[in-house]
Design a protein around this ligand. Structure first.
Ligand SMILES: Nc1ncnc2c1ncn2[C@@H]1O[C@H](COP(=O)(O)OP(=O)(O)OP(=O)(O)O)[C@@H](O)[C@H]1O
Ligand SMILES: [Mg+2]
Length: 250
């Protein structure tokens, strides 16, 4: 198993409060790593640190390192890092433009595609990858605001795929969705694993047991347990994990 990301002695602080405490773990290439844990356990802070979204937050500080393919992410340009690591948030936030333009906007800004035929090709590929093509192929020039929330979330995933990253971070992507849309997003994420490395944050323990290859349990900024998903849920090694997954707290 190839280690895609290595987290080494990572501590993060907001206003000097320790939010992530001595994290040491790796994320393997082409795995889905679930991160579960109660509110305020630092899950989003970890994703934001990995994508360097807190660089300009003066209340935030950190020490320790994160390596992506053995390169320290804190020594890379943020632009290069974001090309390699895409992030999807809980609420779908399409750009106020057409479905088609939502997808080609970033690749065009980055100078990755110019010709219309190439744009058409990418739009079709990424919409097929998120199982949205058949639902929207006849209205690509309609506003992205006119499709349902579940479709918007898959469009936002397609938008990330259009810049061809290596890693995708999902922060509770189904929390605002109904069960049918949730199932479609889950199916999409499992399919994406063939090509991408995925970090999947969820508050939904059942969803974690369906999706990830491995699961990490965060509690008050610490990793309590990380293991293969099946073992994690069937025979947790820590009492705190057992209590959390059985709903005794959180
Ligand atoms: N921008 C910020 N400034 C100051 N404190 C913050 C900031 N963002 C998060 N925190 C604090 O960091 C802690 C961890 O928050 P974080 O959002 O990482 O938790 P989480 O595990 O994602 O929770 P949830 O399940 O509710 O999304 C919380 O105590 C929160 O109040
Ligand atoms: Mg969060």
């Amino acid at each position: 198993m190839v280690e895609k990301i290595i987290v080494e002695n990572l501590n993060c602080y907001y206003n000097k409060n320790c939010i992530l405490d001595s994290l040491n773990f790796s994320i393997l290439k082409n795995e889905i790593l679930n991160i579960i844990g109660p509110a305020n356990s630092g899950k989003t802070t970890f994703l934001r640190t990995l994508n360097r979204m807190n660089d300009y937050n003066t209340y935030y500080s950190r020490n320790g390192n994160i390596y992506l393919d053995k390169l320290n992410i804190f020594n890379m340009s943020v632009e290069k890092l974001r090309r390699r690591i895409g992030m999807l948030f809980a609420m779908p936030i399409p750009l106020p433009m057409s479905i088609y333009e939502n997808i080609v906007f970033a690749p065009k800004c980055l100078g990755l595609i110019f010709e219309k035929s190439k744009q058409d090709y990418i739009v079709e590929c990424v919409l097929k990858a998120v199982f949205l093509w058949n639902e929207v192929k006849d209205r690509l020039n309609k506003s992205a605001m006119e499709i349902s929330g579940g479709q918007q979330q898959r469009l936002c995933i397609a938008r990330i795929l259009a810049i061809n990253p290596e890693i995708i971070l999902f922060d509770e992507p189904c929390s605002g969705l109904d069960p049918i849309s949730t199932a479609k997003v889950e199916e999409t994420i499992i399919e994406l694993k063939k090509k991408y490395t995925i970090v999947f944050v969820t508050n939904n323990v059942k969803q974690a047991s369906r999706i990830g290859d491995r699961t990490a349990f965060f509690l008050m900024g610490k990793i309590i347990e990380i293991n293969k998903t099946e073992e994690f849920f069937i025979s947790p090694k820590q009492k705190k994990t057992a209590d959390y997954i059985s709903g005794r707290f959180g």
